[in-house]
Design a protein around this ligand. Structure first.
Ligand code: NAD
Length: 243
């Protein structure tokens, strides 16, 4: 039996575009999966209806599902009218998820962040995860995603919880209701004759199946380091750091 098969997954936001792919991919490899969301779209997996900004509701779903691993993909979509919703769901909600995870001795938390957390409107070429978020965030969505990511990473190690955050850029594929719908709306509104830049702008897109796979791999790899790994890292640090 592999490490992954011993986990029971609670996919938070599992009724959404990415969440549904993660649920289906976990089921395909024979894992036990439950879903927590404000929207019910399932009749074939245990479903817990609730809002992540209510810690009690998250806790109850964890207890009833017997989850050991949380994959947290929930967020309001980019572009909602009330920016305060981003703080409530992404920041306060993620705090509640972390608190419920620690209280219920969950061992793994995988968080879907966004590549937008480091975007400041200027080109980003050859950057990696060491780039900090900009001092002036692009918008309320990205600000809240950056704060949530910070909270998730800071929770690593709390009460035995291991955490990781992934930063997908644009996601496309079956079930998408944002990217292609947005492009179609631009066409419908006759705005296709505008051009921003000189036609050399780049943007990353990833197929939803690959983003789902990345989440599952991240969950699989979220295991405490062995004694040998700790020793090897300590040796590496003693070489890398000036004495
Ligand atoms: P989606 O809107 O399809 O799914 C989000 C799900 O979260 C929905 O089912 C929604 O009902 C649920 N949700 C929202 N608020 C909730 C709350 N308070 N409590 C419980 N559930 C709640 O979005 P998606 O495109 O699948 O995005 C998934 C994640 O990926 C999000 O965190 C998003 O920020 C991130 N992301 C998406 C893209 C993209 O291009 N779609 C790019 C980068 C990052």
């Amino acid at each position: 039996m592999s490490t992954s098969q011993r986990n029971i997954y609670l996919v938070i936001g599992g009724s959404g575009f990415l969440g549904r792919h993660i649920v289906q991919d976990l089921l395909k490899r024979g894992d036990s999966v439950a879903v927590f969301d404000i929207v019910q779209r399932y009749d074939d997996v245990p479903f817990y209806s609730g809002d992540i900004s209510d810690e009690v509701q998250v806790s109850q779903a964890l207890q009833r599902s017997g989850a050991t691993c949380i994959i947290h993909t929930a967020s309001p979509p980019h572009g909602v009218e009330d920016p305060a919703l981003y703080w409530k769901v992404n920041v306060e909600g993620t705090k509640a998820v972390i608190a419920a995870a620690v209280a219920n001795k969950i061992t793994k938390l995988v968080y879907t962040s966004s590549a937008g957390v480091v975007f400041n409107g200027a080109d980003l070429v050859d950057v990696d995860e060491r780039l900090p978020p900009p001092e002036k965030p692009m918008d309320a969505y990205n600000e809240s995603k950056a704060k949530a990511e910070e909270l998730v990473l800071a929770a690593n190690g709390q009460g035995g919880l291991l955490t990781v955050a992934l930063r997908p850029a644009g996601i496309f594929g079956p079930g998408d209701r944002q990217a292609v719908a947005g492009i179609a709306k631009v066409l419908e509104e006759g705005k296709a004759h505008f051009q921003i830049g000189d036609n050399t702008n780049l943007f990353d897109w990833t197929y939803v199946g690959n983003v789902s796979h990345a989440h599952i791999l991240a969950a699989d790899q979220l295991v405490p380091p062995s004694d040998e790994e700790i020793k090897a890292r300590a040796e590496l640090l003693s070489v890398a750091l000036p004495s």
